[in-house]
Design a protein around this ligand. Structure first.
Ligand code: SF4
Length: 274
């Protein structure tokens, strides 16, 4: 079912994620990416849920929180129940099994639709499908902990260690995100840290060293370095959104390798692109 643009979730930037009622079992998604090798181990199907409390200037999925009137006819946003979604995902079970892959729940911020996301995590677990939760961490702590208890893997974004910088580029400070990461430290769920590497925003030595210093106090060692790229530019034009990243070039392979080596030398397990 295609949702009319006027009814699509569209919250003001910077507002905290408000969990959906726990009874809800129908959610809104804007894509399912099959055969993904970037969102966790093995071959995965990544489900993209609408809604996000952040407004990252480099966001590759602005359709998560915006549905421009002109885009309504082309929108892939649809409403779906968990059982129907799981039936779609189960088509790829043989790929999951042969690659140790599974399902990744992403967005947007998947916990913006917390009841739906948790129901989906639960359903994956019931069917023994490996599940990963890809979160910005900008969520209510109790919601994050409940979701983490249902997840096999949490992919956790760390964008900038300085809160003012974080706020300037994402619309929100990082206090809740850092606090929630500390909370995850008290669980035994596997966590991969994801660093979207954005030139001029968070690729400076000060930020990287602060990240290393902070993460060194945790049990989290797996780092996914995700270099900025420009493929979302056309989406911004199509959605009529201002593009703040104009003129920003992707980091060079040499710089990415320098940063990967920097994390490795500090005792981490860094990977580029996944
Ligand atoms: S947290 Fe992710 S989905 Fe949300 S605005 Fe940032 S990049 Fe986009």
């Amino acid at each position: 079912m295609v949702i009319p643009a006027s009814s699509v979730i569209s919250q003001a930037p910077g507002t905290a994620a408000k969990p959906t009622p726990q009874a809800a079992r129908t959610g809104r998604i804007f894509d399912i990416k099959r055969f993904s090798s970037h969102d966790g181990p093995g071959i995965r199907s990544t489900v993209f849920l609408t809604g996000c409390p952040l407004r990252c200037a480099w966001c590759h999925n602005p359709e998560a929180f915006v549905c421009h009137e002109e885009n309504a006819g082309n929108s892939r946003i649809r409403e779906i129940t968990v059982p129907a979604l799981v039936r779609e995902l189960e088509r790829d079970v043989s790929y999951f099994d042969t690659s140790n892959g599974g399902v990744t729940i992403s967005g947007g911020e998947p916990l913006f639709q917390s009841a739906f996301a948790m129901e989906l995590l639960r359903a994956c677990r019931k069917r023994e499908l490996h599940n990963a939760l890809d979160t910005s961490g900008c969520v209510d702590p109790s919601v994050l902990m409940a979701a983490a208890s249902l997840a096999d893997l949490v992919l956790y974004d760390l964008k900038a260690m300085d809160s003012a910088t974080h706020s300037e580029w994402t619309g929100v400070g990082n206090q809740r995100i850092l606090e929630n990461l500390r909370l995850l430290q008290t669980t035994d769920v596997e966590v991969w840290i994801r660093l979207p590497l954005i030139p001029g925003v968070n690729d400076d030595e000060g930020n990287l060293d602060a990240m290393i210093a902070s993460l060194s106090k945790t049990r989290f060692r797996r780092i996914s370095i995700l270099p900025y790229h420009k493929i979302a530019s056309a989406k911004y034009q199509r959605l009529g959104l201002p593009e703040r990243m104009t003129g920003v070039e992707p980091p060079t392979p040499e710089r990415v390798e320098q940063i990967r080596a920097h994390f490795a030398a500090a005792g981490f397990d860094p990977h580029v692109g996944h």
